[in-house]
Design a protein around this ligand. Structure first.
Ligand SMILES: Cc1cc2nc3c(=O)[nH]c(=O)nc-3n(C[C@H](O)[C@H](O)[C@H](O)COP(=O)(O)OP(=O)(O)OC[C@H]3O[C@@H](n4cnc5c(N)ncnc54)[C@H](O)[C@@H]3O)c2cc1C
Length: 476
């Protein structure tokens, strides 16, 4: 083995732990080192896979035998103006770093994912959305400019008036390495949101609630009980939330101590061990009971009530229980999120859940969101809704689950819908190609030839979806 790679062998997986690969990990601290890593790839005849915090669920940030270019140590804030909320940061800065930087001056990241761990580079590689996607779109739409390094070593600084801006963001790290980002943060008056909880009993009520609150709410999200059948299909808990304005004496809500998630549940139970209690329940029967209990509590106790909730508590609900994904061990889990135009979303999602129930392969969690279209090359944005689903993976259900995913894909494609690379483990090349369309694929291939003619940037997902070739350094 080359001396350049010695001692760098590392095993990495996607967040869902269902796919794992061994590669050679490099963690640069300076853009110049990024160039050197591409040189090492050439010398050793290997591909390069980009990786941020590894929060993509499937195989987008892994590749066997490749050089793993992990940008998480390039994590300096380069400039920050507390008056304007403009921040310039290296791409390894996380969403968590950003909210901590700005909150005490009344600035909040304009788009956040359901976890605070993603890096800016990884978040733009996928072009993440938040619970406000229908209102402000994706993270890429909030970027003022970014700097990227191409595999040939050129530095590009791009603003939204340049078509390459829309190509490098959203294409899953296959064209260039984003190294710096300039972003406009969102002004907030207080650190709490006003949250309304409602308990839709049917699919019809779910969609009626989204339509009712879309013109006025700043955020909307709904949980769906995927075990609900017949007249109860589609039941769940809908949340609409508003920024609060003009509230006197609310300054303390902008403090870090107000925002930080507690380490314990109910004030005494260490959250770090909660996943161990979830594990024995993490099966069809246990999850059916838990979903039912959550639904009962929501429809009786909290229905129709407003309550204040911190921005962090509302936004990063999934960070409440550390290591919750370990409850899915040993097989891990697959997240599946499809995006369907608004006219067909209700019918498609209802049918997806019928199919899961028929296959005895129900998702343990269902999350419904509203979106809007955007102009990024591999955009998942659509004038419609998405349903995100978590499926436990075992050696017994693997084949059944993939078959189910393919059936669900068919419904999405018939409705003119899309998929999201950050949440994908099961797509076939033809599904992805059909969802983004031949024009986008042709544009991608042209950009790939331009930025990465040797085909150095790759991933296991890119090979699965025909966006990169596995065999040699030539691209197509
Ligand atoms: C609990 C949880 C909740 C989530 N909630 C949401 C949500 O609400 N909305 C949402 O949109 N997503 C959500 N996600 C998905 C997550 O936001 C995305 O997968 C995001 O891309 C992860 O960022 P990362 O830094 O971990 O990147 P990684 O997962 O490491 O990489 C993501 C992609 O970006 C590429 N990449 C990495 N670094 C760079 C770079 N510097 N330049 C160019 N490309 C790069 C990688 O090759 C890969 O293809 C969630 C994930 C989890 C685990």
């Amino acid at each position: 083995m080359s001396d350049l790679l010695r001692d760098r062998l590392t095993s990495i997986s996607g967040f869902g732990m269902s796919a794992q690969e061994d590669g050679y990990c490099f963690r640069p601290t300076h853009p110049e080192q990024v160039r050197e890593i591409f040189e090492i790839a050439r010398t050793t005849g290997r591909k390069v896979v980009l990786r941020g915090a590894g929060r993509s669920y499937g195989d987008a940030a892994i590749l066997g035998e490749a050089l793993i270019l992990d940008i998480s140590r390039m994590n300096r804030i380069l400039s920050y103006d507390p008056q304007t909320g403009v921040v310039q940061a290296e791409a390894g800065v996380t969403i968590g770093d950003l909210w901590r930087l700005g909150i005490e001056d009344g600035w909040w990241p304009p788009v956040v994912s359901g976890t605070a761990y993603p890096t800016l580079g990884g978040a733009l590689g996928m072009n993440i959305h938040g619970k406000n996607a229908y209102r402000v779109g994706t993270l890429g739409e909030q970027v003022l400019s970014f700097t990227a390094i191409t595999p040939s070593g050129s530095f590009l600084t791009l603003t939204p008036d340049n078509p390459d801006f829309y190509r490098i963001i959203s294409t899953a790290g296959l064209l260039a390495v984003i190294v710096q980002v300039s972003l406009q943060l969102k002004k907030v008056q207080t650190g709490d949101l006003d949250v309304l909880a409602l308990a839709p009993r049917t699919w019809q009520e779910q969609f009626d609630m989204f339509r009712r609150y879309e013109p006025e709410a700043d955020y909307m999200v709904s949980w769906v009980d995927c075990f609900g059948k017949g007249s109860q299909a589609g039941r769940g808990v809908f949340h609409a939330a508003w920024y609060q304005h003009g509230i006197t004496g609310a300054g303390h809500t902008l403090s870090l101590t107000h925002q930080d998630l507690p380490d314990t549940l109910l004030g005494f139970f260490p959250k770090s061990i909660v996943w161990r209690f979830l594990k024995p329940l993490n099966n069809r029967i246990g999850m059916k009971v838990l979903n039912r209990a959550k639904d009962f509590a929501a429809s009786t106790l909290g229905n129709g009530k407003h309550h204040p909730q911190s921005l962090v508590g509302f936004s990063f609900l999934l960070d409440y229980v550390p290591n919750w994904r370990n409850a899915y061990l040993p097989g891990g889990f697959v997240q599946y999120q499809s995006f369907v135009p608004k006219e067909y979303a209700q019918a498609v999602f209802a049918r997806q859940i019928d199919l899961q129930q028929a296959a005895k392969c129900e998702s343990f969690l269902g999350v419904l969101k509203r979106h809007r279209p955007d102009r990024f090359l591999f955009s998942h944005g659509i004038d419609g809704y998405s349903l995100a689903l978590d499926f436990k993976l075992t050696s017994k259900n693997r084949e059944r689950l993939f078959e189910l995913a393919h059936q669900m894909n068919e419904l999405v494609l018939q409705a003119g819908g899309k998929f999201y690379l950050a949440k994908d483990s099961t797509l076939r090349e033809r599904d992805f190609m059909q969802s983004v369309g031949t024009a986008a694929i042709a544009e991608y291939r042209q950009a790939k030839e331009h930025f990465d003619p040797e085909g150095l940037l790759s991933s296991r997902q890119a090979i699965r979806l025909g966006l990169s070739r596995s065999s040699d350094l030539g691209m197509f």
